[in-house]
Ligand binder design. Sequence first.
Ligand code: CA
Length: 365
Amino acid sequence: MKRRKFIKTAGLASAGGAIAVSNMAAPAIAKDRIEIAMVATWPRDFPGLGTGAQRMAQRIKDMSDGRIQIQYFAAGERVGAFDSFDEVASGNAQAYHAADYYWKGKHPGWAYFTSVPFGLTYTEMNAWIRFGGGQQLWDELAGGFGIKAVMAGSTGVQMGGWFNKEINTADDLKGLKMRIPGLGGDVMAKLGASPVSLPGGQIYENLVSGAIDATEWVGPWNDSFMKFYEAAKYYYFPGMHEPGSMLSFGMNASFWSKLSKNDQILIESAASMENDVMMSEYNAKNGAALASLIKDQGVELREFSDEIYDSFGVAANEVFDEVRGHSALANKIHESFLKSRSEVGGWANIADVAYLRQRNRVLGL
Ligand code: CA
């Protein structure tokens, strides 16, 4: 009945003349036109992180048929990478694409909404954010800073990093100056390293000049573009610090609250799609990139030993104790994270992990 009525009404409007329709439509489009200045923590066109953020901006334009316009600024084009947060919280820009753990100095709770040591993989993270209370806690934390953030990408499990010497025991980490942000950096500090947080665009020059001895970034596909192998040959896995780094589309909360429900869903959908597409791209490209790094660049692949992992575990627990002591909200986020890690991770252990172990054993992968 409703559809029939709509067709009839539309027919009448059309019969009323083109001028009347256009006069009615034009102000509505102008009224709903939305402009977003979007800043990012990634270099322009940087594969995966930058191209994913840019692809998401284009998707919002396309999904809204151009009604929502996004002017995209890569790191340094409008503000420095790490000034993105303040630019959006203050309302100077409407949105950022970033890794929220860059803001851990403002509140350690932010780290959980990218990745934490011994944290969640991509699938586990999605389960926590969507069904384990993660988004509600993210809203509570972000709301306190005038931000509304949604999932907008993932790198998956990251590599442990690039070192200019072998790391055979935890003692080998002592005195090492390493680029490693988030709580992973705090874990390294507990083991005697000196962590620094540098935006992606500044890592290479610091590694080559010797200002830092080691760095983590993402994984083979991304790291190969950075040419870290020119200064550090040993490439360690797996990274305990970022097992499923989620990227975020953070919006000014006041801007977000004024959007129509329709536009909120449109933006959430575009971001959620990027969360999926970016992960697919990393999974599709990391394997071949790693093979090339080893074959063409002479990179030495190494696995962190159980002993080093045990040391990471002890240090991570010390870091988590400090986070929990920070505030009631930090403790609440940590408790919720622990519950999901136990429930979702426990299931993954007898599903994904057990299956992959058997499949790869039988096939010799
Ligand atoms: Ca990283």
